[in-house]
Design a protein around this ligand. Structure first.
Ligand SMILES: *Cc1c(COP(=O)(O)O)cnc(C)c1O
Length: 368
C-alpha cells in the first residue's frame, strides 16, 4: 500500500461491487434495485459511486434533495433518479433534469401537477410516498381518495412508483410494528393500484428490510448503508466490506511532562510523562467533538491510540505513549479492519452519522 501524505478518504469501488452483489444475492432476479446515493453517497462521492453502480446495472437511484440529483445528471448519470424530499420551489429544475419526485403531501401533489401542466408534460413519472408509521413524510392512508381524485383530473403525471419507509427494520424487538407497516403498505398500495388499473413499482425495504423481511421486497428495494459496507448487525457486517477508509498521518510528536496539558481549554492533563501526536484533521473534516476526550481510538502502526482532549477545527491530538511511531507515519481512523461502526458506537453515535459527516475538504482517492 502506497504511503499517503495527507488526510485521505479512500473509496474502494471493488468493495462497493462486492456489497452490491451480496445484497443482490438476497433478492429474486426479478426484483429491481435502487441505490441510495444521497449525502454524497453516504459521505463518499455520489458521481463515482453512481457510475460504478450503473456499470453493475442498478435500476434506479435515490437522493434526498434536488441539487443532489442535478449533480448526478451533470456527472453523466442516465438512470432514473428519485428525489426523496423535494420542495415545490424545485419542480422546474426537477422536470428540466428528468428527476423523479417523491410526492408526499397534498400540497406537493397539487403543485407538482401544476408544474407538469405548465411544462406541457404528459405522464411525467412520480412516486407516491405513503406514511405507514414512521410519521416523517408521506400521505396518510385516509388520503388515498383525495390522491385518486387529483390523478383522475390530469394526464400530466403518471404514478410510476408507490413506496413507504420502515421505521425499525434493523430491530428484532420491533418485528410486530414492522409487520404492521408491511400490512398497511400492502393494503393502501393495493387500493391505489386497483383504481389506477395499472401496476406501478412498489418499494418498501431499506438495507435492513432487504436482509430481515424477504417477504416484503415487492418489485424494488432501496439500499444505502449496505452498499457502503454496513449491515446494522455484527452478523451482516461480516459479509460486507466497508467502502470508505479514513486515513491521515502523524504531523508532529510532543513529549509532555506529568502535569502538562493538551489542546483548547486544557482538557487533557498528563498524569505521567506522555507522548502525543497531532493529526491534520478535526471537526471541520467531520471528526466531531464527540469523538474527543478519550471516547474513541485511532490506529497507529497496528496499535490503538485514544483521541485526547477537545477535537479542534483542523487538528486533533492522540496519546501515543508506548507506540513506536514517527512523524509522517500513517494513521487509520476507520476502514476495512478498523470498523467505522465501532468508532462511532464508542462515542455514542452510529456509522451513518460518522461516514456522512466526512467533509468535502478531505481528499477522495478512488480504488477502481
Ligand atoms: C436513506 C433512505 C434509505 C436507505 O436506507 P439504508 O438504511 O441506508 O439502506 C431508503 N429509503 C429512504 C426513504 C431513505 O430516506
Amino acid at each position: 500500500m502506497a504511503q499517503i501524505h495527507e488526510t485521505t478518504l479512500e473509496i474502494d469501488l471493488k468493495a462497493l461491487a462486492h456489497n452490491y452483489n451480496y445484497l443482490s444475492s438476497k433478492l429474486s432476479s426479478a426484483t429491481k434495485k435502487l441505490g441510495v446515493v444521497k449525502a454524497f453517497a453516504y459521505g463518499s462521492d455520489s458521481v463515482e459511486i453512481a457510475k460504478k453502480l450503473e456499470e453493475l446495472e442498478i435500476d434506479f437511484f435515490a437522493v434526498a434533495y434536488t441539487q443532489e440529483g442535478i449533480t448526478l445528471r451533470k456527472g453523466g448519470i442516465r438512470k432514473p433518479i428519485l428525489v426523496l424530499h423535494p420542495q415545490s420551489t424545485n419542480f422546474d429544475e426537477i422536470i428540466q433534469h428528468c428527476l423523479t419526485p417523491s410526492i408526499y403531501s397534498k400540497f406537493v401533489l397539487e403543485h407538482f401537477i401544476a408544474s407538469a401542466e405548465a411544462h406541457k408534460q404528459n405522464h411525467y413519472p412520480i412516486h407516491l410516498k405513503l406514511n405507514t408509521g414512521l410519521n416523517r413524510l408521506g400521505f396518510d392512508p385516509d388520503e388515498v381518495n383525495y390522491i385518486l381524485q387529483q390523478l383522475k383530473n390530469t394526464s400530466s403525471v403518471k404514478v410510476e412508483g408507490i413506496f413507504s419507509h420502515l421505521a425499525a427494520s434493523e430491530d428484532p424487538n420491533e418485528k410486530d410494528f414492522t409487520h404492521y407497516q408491511i400490512e398497511t403498505y400492502k393494503k393502501v398500495s393495493e387500493e391505489i393500484i386497483e383504481a389506477l388499473n395499472y401496476k406501478p413499482i412498489r418499494h418498501l425495504c431499506n438495507t435492513s428490510g432487504i436482509i430481515n423481511y424477504p417477504e416484503a421486497h415487492f418489485e424494488m428495494v432501496r439500499t444505502g448503508i449496505g452498499l457502503y459496507g454496513f449491515g446494522n448487525s455484527a452478523e451482516e457486517d461480516k459479509k460486507l466490506i466497508p467502502v470508505a477508509s479514513l486515513k491521515t498521518i502523524v504531523s508532529q510528536i510532543h513529549h509532555l511532562k506529568k502535569g502538562e496539558t493538551v489542546g483548547y481549554n486544557r482538557k487533557f492533563k498528563a498524569e505521567k510523562d506522555t507522548k502525543t501526536a497531532t493529526l491534520p484533521l478535526g471537526h471541520a473534516d467531520g471528526i466531531n467533538r464527540i469523538y474527543g476526550m478519550q471516547k474513541t481510538n485511532v490506529e497507529v502502526n497496528g496499535k490503538l491510540a485514544p483521541i485526547i482532549g477537545n477535537v479542534c477545527m483542523d487538528m486533533l491530538m492522540i496519546d501515543i505513549t508506548g507506540i513506536d511511531c514517527k512523524e509522517g507515519d500513517e494513521v487509520i481512523l476507520f476502514g476495512k479492519e478498523k470498523s467505522a461502526e465501532n468508532f462511532a458506537n464508542n462515542a455514542g453515535t452510529i456509522s451513518y452519522e460518522l461516514i456522512t459527516s466526512i467533509s468535502q475538504r478531505v481528499k477522495r482517492k478512488f480504488i477502481y
